[in-house]
Design a protein around this ligand. Sequence first.
Ligand code: BGC
Length: 349
Amino acid sequence: MILSTGCAKKTSKVDIGIVLPTKDEPRWIQDETRFQDALKNTNYKVEILFSQGDPAKEKTNVETLISKGIKVLILCPQDATAAAAAADEAAKAGVKVISYDRLILGTPSVDYYVTFDSIEVGQKQGQYLVDHATGKNNPLYLYAGALSDNNSFLFFLGAWQVLQPKIADGTFVIANSDKAKALQNKKDLTRDEEASIIGQITTNWDFNTAKNLAEANLAVAPANLKGNVFILAPNDGTARAIADTFAADPAIKSYVITGQDAEKPSIQYIIDGKQSMTVFKDVRVLVKDAINVAITYLQGGTPESTKTYNNGAKDVPSKPTPVQVVDKNNVKQVLIDSGYYKESDFTWH
Ligand code: BGC
């Protein structure tokens, strides 16, 4: 889709290519919309393509954009490691590569990483559960994102930093992962240890996988791991699937469940009391950062950075954006009063 035909730079070529992972999650449709809004008045030609969860399609998308003469690629990888080949091809063609939201791993061909503070996302999810738990032996169900997404490790790392001391002191009892239980006295996990836990509790960022895993966990949970429970769900889509599953179990009296992305369906869930919180990542800011970095490159400059992320091959410059907790107490103020969403998009009680 050609977003803008500015007058200053009217050529048939595309300047900036954007490749997003999938249209199956509201999160990435929202990124597309916010890019379209932000680019309406620029003089650069931009094209957005979706990979539909397929790393091979992603690579073809990148090749298509290279053939259209892009100078900057903004790529949100479906699979962090597989995307290295596409990034290498772009770099070979003289294209600047911006890793968008998810870090591309294992290649020096990444010039910049535009991201939220993903460790903070996990910390905020963990802290929300801690803040809502009283007494001891509260059942804690852990769920994570896809192993192929570096963010899943950052989210879990942040959550574990906050939850682990509260597991060690008996506030929480891990209900659904013997791998996590085996490591419950260790605050700083290695990547391999994290991978072993995530492998057991992964939703693969997929609603059905999340639902099936939650059902399987509940089917074998004894009575002392039901009642009033706490659930670390990695994002909104999986949170809704997991929340529905827990709500359908008569032995679950109440649940506190996390999320992230402030997806519209989850905002309705929060208003309805079916999801406890979400971590709001203002996509407008991410999009603005990505465009600013892209334009800096198009003008031959070097974008500002405040932090680096090691991707296994280099320290990639970055400037992570902070995130914010939203629950029913501040949802109106943070998302409606700020103009992020319209009040009429939701049913209020
Ligand atoms: C993103 C989340 C998103 C998840 C699933 C992560 O990399 O940071 O915002 O919910 O992928 O698409």
